[in-house]
Design a protein around this ligand. Structure first.
Ligand code: A3P
Length: 366
C-alpha cells in the first residue's frame, strides 16, 4: 500500500485519493509538450493547404507568384476531404489531378496569348497530351474582337470544351498579345488568369507571318509583293513599322501593356526557338507553371527527318503509338532576305529586344 494513494482527513481518517484531473499534478514539461504538439499540428495543416501552396509558389527566378484565388473552380476548394495538396502530393506521385466528377463547361483559367508564328499551334497540340488540360479546339478571338467580347462571358463559356473538376480549361488565340484592349478585357474576367506567351526571334517571326499572309493571298488569287517590298517604305527606304506582319514582333511594347494589369509571374514565357529544338523542356516548364504533375513524357516527342521538326507520339489502337506531325502550314521553309533589309531590321530590333529582356528579367539569344 503506497501512502501516496491515500489522503488523511481529521474526521474521516484515511480515504483513497481521487483519480480525477482535479487532484493530479500536471508538470510544466507536460504542458509544454502538449503546446508543442498543437503548434506542430497547426503548422502541418497550414503547409497542406492549397492556398498556402498557391501563395508561396516561386518561379524559376525565385520570384513569388502572385495568385489571386478568384476563379475558385480552377484551384478547387480550399481543402478536399481525403486529399492532400494537389500541388505537392499529386505531383510527387505523378497522378492526374482531376477526378472524373462534375463535367461541365468552364471559363478558361489559362490563355495562350501569342505570339503568332512563335509555335503556339505546336504548344496547343503538346499540351493536349496532358490529361488535366482541355483546350478549345479553335482560336475564339473573344478578347481581341470587340463584337465577340460584347457577347459576354456566358457566351465565351458556351464555346469551351467540357472539363472535369480539377482539369484546367485553356484557350489559345495568338492575336491576343499584340492587340490593344485585350489585356484589360482579360483582367475584367479574371485577375488571376494565367497566361502563356511564346516568343521567337522577332525577324524570323515576321518572315513567318509574311508567309502565312502570302498563303492566304494565294487562296484569294492575289499576287503578294515580296517581304522586302512590304517591309520597306518606297518613299524613304525606311522600315515600315506599321506593316501588320511585323507589329507582333514588338514584344517590349506589347508586354508593357500587359504588365500594367498582370504581374510578370502570371505570364509564363516560352522560348519558341527552343520549343523547336527541345519541345520536352518547354512543355515541362509549362506543366510546372500550371502546377500540374509532369505527365507529358520525353517519349512523346519524336523527331521526324521528313518533316524536319518534332512530331508527337500519340496513343493509337490496341495500345500502339502513332506519329502525328503538325500540318504542312507549320514549319515552312523561309525565303532568303536581302542583306541590307536584314541589317536594317536587326538595327531596329536590337534596342527593343534589350528593353524586353530587361522588362522580363530574362535573355534570349537574339
Ligand atoms: P514556321 O512555319 O515559320 O517555321 P504558330 O503555330 O504560332 O503559327 O507558329 C508556327 C511556327 O511553329 C512554325 O513557324 C515553326 O517554326 C514552329 N514550330 C514549333 N514546333 C513545331 C513543330 N513541331 N512542327 C512544326 N512547326 C513547329
Amino acid at each position: 500500500m503506497s501512502p501516496n494513494n491515500y489522503i488523511y482527513h481529521e474526521e474521516a481518517g484515511l480515504f483513497p485519493r481521487a483519480k480525477g484531473l482535479c487532484c493530479r499534478r500536471i508538470s510544466k514539461t507536460k504542458i509544454l509538450g502538449v503546446l508543442l504538439f498543437v503548434a506542430i499540428a497547426l503548422f502541418i495543416l497550414m503547409l497542406s493547404s492549397p492556398h498556402y501552396d498557391l501563395m508561396n509558389q516561386k518561379d524559376d527566378s525565385g520570384m513569388k507568384r502572385h495568385v489571386l484565388p478568384k476563379v475558385t473552380d480552377y484551384w478547387g476548394p480550399a481543402s478536399r476531404p481525403g486529399h492532400g495538396s494537389r500541388f505537392s502530393d499529386d505531383i510527387q506521385n505523378n497522378i492526374p489531378v482531376h477526378k472524373k466528377t462534375d463535367l461541365r463547361q468552364r471559363l478558361p483559367q489559362c490563355l495562350i496569348i501569342g505570339v503568332k508564328k512563335a509555335g503556339t499551334g505546336a504548344m496547343v497540340q503538346y499540351l493536349k497530351l496532358h490529361p488535366d488540360i482541355v483546350i478549345a479546339d479553335k482560336e475564339l478571338n473573344f478578347f481581341d474582337y470587340e463584337r465577340n467580347f460584347k457577347l459576354g462571358f456566358d457566351y465565351y463559356k458556351s464555346l469551351m470544351p467540357p472539363s472535369y473538376e480539377g482539369q484546367i480549361t485553356m484557350e489559345k488565340t495568338s492575336n491576343y498579345f499584340h492587340n490593344k484592349d485585350t489585356e484589360w478585357r482579360v483582367y475584367s474576367m479574371n485577375t488571376s488568369m494565367k497566361m502563356i506567351l511564346l516568343v521567337r526571334e522577332p525577324i524570323a517571326r515576321a518572315v513567318s507571318d509574311y508567309l502565312q499572309r502570302k498563303l492566304k493571298d494565294k487562296t484569294t488569287k492575289e499576287l503578294t509583293p515580296s517581304f522586302e517590298e512590304l517591309i520597306i517604305r518606297p518613299k524613304n527606304g525606311k522600315i515600315n513599322e506599321g506593316y501588320p506582319g511585323i507589329r507582333p514582333s514588338f514584344y517590349y511594347k506589347h508586354m508593357l501593356r500587359w504588365l500594367k494589369y498582370f504581374p510578370l509571374a502570371q505570364i509564363h514565357i516560352v522560348d519558341g526557338d527552343n520549343l523547336v529544338r527541345n519541345p520536352y523542356e518547354e512543355v515541362h516548364a509549362v506543366e510546372k507553371f500550371l502546377g500540374l504533375p509532369h505527365l507529358i513524357t520525353p517519349d512523346r516527342f519524336v523527331f521526324s527527318d521528313k518533316k524536319g521538326f518534332y512530331c508527337m507520339s500519340i496513343d493509337g489502337f490496341n495500345g500502339t503509338r502513332q506519329e502525328q506531325c503538325l500540318s504542312r502550314g507549320k514549319g515552312r521553309k523561309h525565303p532568303d532576305i536581302d542583306e541590307g533589309v536584314m541589317e536594317m531590321l536587326t538595327d531596329l530590333f536590337r534596342p527593343l529586344n534589350k528593353q524586353f529582356y530587361k522588362l522580363i528579367g530574362r535573355k534570349f539569344d537574339w
